[in-house]
Each structure stands twice: as structure tokens, then as C-alpha cells.
Design a protein around this ligand. Structure first.
Ligand code: NAP
Length: 379
């Protein structure tokens, strides 16, 4: 047998079957999880970042976020902080903390420390979701923050309902589970995470149109809101038509739409932004900083570097300030208290119209096309 013959034999007769069995076992195990999509991301993202996957190997022995000193007292909230008014009367702090999509978002102790740091540093808006696999430690940190002097009434907790749980009964059951996992008696904002499940109709939605399924879910969320279990309800990754379908129900108003919003987003997201502004729907941006995978790339953009040096700020602060000046709420994700502090310090400076236009113009820079963007789900 030649070299290729030996290699091919090893590959096809030994390694490939092991791989097939391992993948099948992984899929079978995922199927046994309460929220398989959450377990999947909590496994994949740490591995892509070079870390052990907590769902498989357990909590990290050395958490990725440093311990919060026992004597650290809460500092005041940022001076000049922007609060965005929502239709149910709540005020959403425009500057939040994102809780997914980086390795530290899935190790329970790192998550607990992250949220506690953020609250003690003056932050008050936490963006979570069922699929982030971390309601438990997020809730623990909220309780610790409250015990250390941060009033619960100031903390704005968002979580998201994944399409696996769309439909009347599934929605009600899931929201009660969220409250239990977080240890809270109300949620400030619950978003429908996406227009539809990526694999098609799911659970109670089988046999219904996507529109029917979303409307039924919205009605269920509206009644949970009327019971006081949720203060505001909203959507995420919805386009204009999908928001109009919800608005035609004349049930509870859409408080917010969360979608990718940075200088490089495609036209459909700019249209979504314009529609939200016109109809009093708060826009919350994700991937403001380019996400875990492309954060470093944003640091190389000359326009952003120049503005950062003119204002004595970082590129992250430039990107966050740009969004805030567009009346958009930001939820940068970080497990690093230094970055949290930096991300909260975006109120003491202002871009001129010309400076804002120079950031807007990055959209037409061909190198910007390399940035990840959310494809439109037009279901
Ligand atoms: N609705 C949806 O479908 C959806 C989708 C994706 C995300 N989200 C939400 O949006 C949030 C934000 O998005 P994202 O976290 O994916 O991306 P992001 O905020 O654009 O970027 C996060 C990355 O930036 C780094 N970072 C943060 N602040 C920094 C700073 N000041 N200097 C240098 N690096 C910094 C973080 O690393 P360090 O940890 O090292 O600081 C992390 O790797 C998520 O956490 C999640 O809550 C929602």
C-alpha cells in the first residue's frame, strides 16, 4: 500500500467512523437539552476562542473574568446617561451589557462576576436571552448587586424568547421558566429573538404560517405584560413587514427592536432603523463593536482611529457614541471590567454632524463589506 493508500485507509476506515459516531452522539445529546440551540452556542463559541466548552467540560477552573473585590461599593451611574422612554412607562438605560457570543459569556462564574462588576461600575441595563445559556448566574449577580446597594428598580433586564418556544402555551411556560431561572418576579423587556426558527416551523407553530405563529406569540406576551410579569415587549431581527404584522394586531405596542447596527450594516437594516425611529420603537444595536470575531478589525479603520485620537477616546467609544447619537441603545459585550468602564464612559463628548457623516460614509468603503452582517429572514 502506497502513502495515500495508508492515509486513506486510516482516514476512511478508522477516523471517519469515529467522527461520524462522535457527531451523532453530540447531536443526540444536544436533543436531550432543554434549549439545544443555547447548549450548541455555549459549546461552539468557547471552542472557537480556544477555551474549554463549559456544557461539556464543566465550569472553568480559572474564570475568564477577575474576582470582584468583596469591599467594592457601587459607583454612581454615568453622568449625562441617556434614558430611552418605552411605551409601558419604563426607561431603558441606553448603555447596556451584552451577555453572549464571547467565551466568557458561558462560564458560569465568569458570567456572575461580569454582571456584578457591571452593576457596581454604574451600568444598569443587562441584555440576556434564553439561548445564552446563562440566566442562572446572571440572576445570581443581580441579587448580589441588589444586596450591595444597587436598587432592583434601576436595573433593566432584557431576555429573549427563542422561536423554539413560540406559540401560546409554549411562550407562557417559557417566560415563567425565565423568571424562575433569573430569580426575578418581573422582567423589564422580553423580545421575540428572531422572526422564525432557523430550521423552519417548530413546536406549536407546526402547521401554522410564520405570521400566525408570531402573532399568537405576541398575544401571549401581551397577556403576560398585562399580568405585570413583563414590563415591555419587543422583537429582534424583525424587518419592517414583520413589525407591521405585529402592529396590525393592536395588542401591546412594540417597545424595541434589537438588530445588528454598526456603520457597515446592509440596506434592509437601515430601512428597519428608519421605520423604528418613525414609529417610536427603540432600536437596540448588537455587534456595535464588530463582535468577538471582528473586534480587532474595527481597530484598523483609519476614520475611526482619527476620530478616537481627536477626541482622546478609543475606537470602541467612537462606535458606541456614534450609535447613541443616532438614538440607538448599545449593549457591547465584554467580560473585562476595564472594557466595561470604558464602554460606560461615552457621555462626556459629542460628534459634530460632519464627524457623524464621516462614520456613516464607512458603509460605502468596500473594505467594510468584510464585516459580518445579519442576513434578512423574510419568513
Ligand atoms: N438579538 C440577537 O440576535 C443578537 C445577536 C448577537 C448579539 N446580541 C447581543 O448583543 C450583544 C453585543 O454583541 P456582541 O457581544 O456579539 O458583539 P460586540 O459588542 O460588537 O463585541 C464584543 C467583543 O468586543 C470586545 N470588547 C468589548 N468592549 C471592548 C473594549 N472597550 N475594548 C476592546 N474590546 C472590547 C469583547 O471582548 P472582551 O470580553 O475581551 O472585552 C468582545 O469580544 C451580545 O453580547 C448580545 O447580548 C444579540
Amino acid at each position: 500500500m502506497g502513502f495515500c493508500g495508508k492515509m486513506c485507509h486510516l482516514l476512511f476506515m478508522r477516523l471517519l467512523p469515529i467522527l461520524v459516531v462522535a457527531v451523532a452522539a453530540f447531536i443526540g445529546w444536544l436533543g436531550s437539552q432543554e434549549v439545544p440551540e443555547g447548549t450548541f452556542f455555549a459549546t461552539l463559541i468557547p471552542v472557537l476562542g480556544g477555551y474549554l466548552p463549559p456544557p461539556i467540560t464543566g465550569p472553568w477552573t480559572t474564570p475568564g473574568t477577575k474576582e470582584v473585590p468583596a469591599d467594592l461599593a457601587p459607583v454612581p451611574r454615568p453622568v449625562g446617561e441617556i434614558l430611552l422612554k418605552l411605551p409601558g412607562g419604563s426607561q431603558m438605560p441606553a448603555n447596556g451589557l451584552g451577555m453572549c457570543c464571547r467565551p466568557t459569556a458561558y462560564d458560569p462564574e465568569s458570567v456572575r462576576r461580569t454582571v456584578l462588576w457591571y452593576l457596581l461600575l454604574g451600568g444598569r441595563h443587562i441584555d440576556d436571552a434564553d439561548v445564552y445559556w446563562n440566566h442562572g448566574p446572571v440572576g445570581e449577580a443581580i441579587h448580589e448587586g441588589v444586596a450591595r446597594g444597587v436598587p432592583r428598580s434601576e436595573i433593566f433586564v432584557t431576555t429573549k424568547l427563542f422561536p423554539r418556544f413560540y406559540g401560546q402555551n409554549a411562550t407562557v411556560t417559557a417566560v415563567h421558566r425565565f423568571l424562575k431561572e433569573l430569580g426575578l418576579d418581573y422582567l423589564d423587556l422580553v423580545l421575540m429573538h428572531a422572526p422564525a426558527h432557523p430550521l423552519g416551523a417548530y413546536g406549536e407553530c407546526v402547521g401554522k404560517s410564520y405570521k400566525e405563529c408570531r402573532q399568537e406569540t405576541w398575544q401571549a406576551l401581551s397577556s403576560l405584560r398585562a399580568q405585570g410579569l413583563i414590563r415591555e415587549i419587543g422583537v429582534s431581527n424583525f424587518n419592517v413587514r414583520q413589525m407591521e404584522e405585529i402592529r396590525e394586531l393592536q395588542a401591546a405596542p412594540i417597545a424595541a427592536n434589537q438588530f445588528q447596527f454598526n456603520p457597515w450594516v446592509p440596506d434592509w437594516l437601515l430601512e428597519t432603523y428608519a421605520y423604528c425611529q418613525q414609529h417610536g420603537i427603540v432600536v437596540t444595536a448588537y455587534a456595535s463593536l464588530g463582535m468577538f470575531f471582528q473586534k480587532a478589525q474595527t481597530e484598523t479603520v483609519a476614520t475611526l482611529k482619527d476620530l478616537a485620537s481627536t477626541h482622546g477616546k478609543s475606537v470602541s467609544q467612537v462606535l458606541l457614541r456614534w450609535a447613541l447619537q443616532k438614538k440607538v441603545s448599545v449593549i457591547p459585550g465584554t467580560g473585562n471590567p476595564k472594557h466595561m468602564k470604558e464602554n460606560l464612559e461615552v457621555y462626556g463628548f459629542q460628534f459634530s454632524d460632519a464627524e457623524m457623516a464621516s462614520i456613516d460614509a464607512l458603509r460605502s468603503d468596500p473594505s467594510g463589506k468584510a464585516f459580518f452582517f445579519t442576513p434578512q429572514d423574510d419568513s
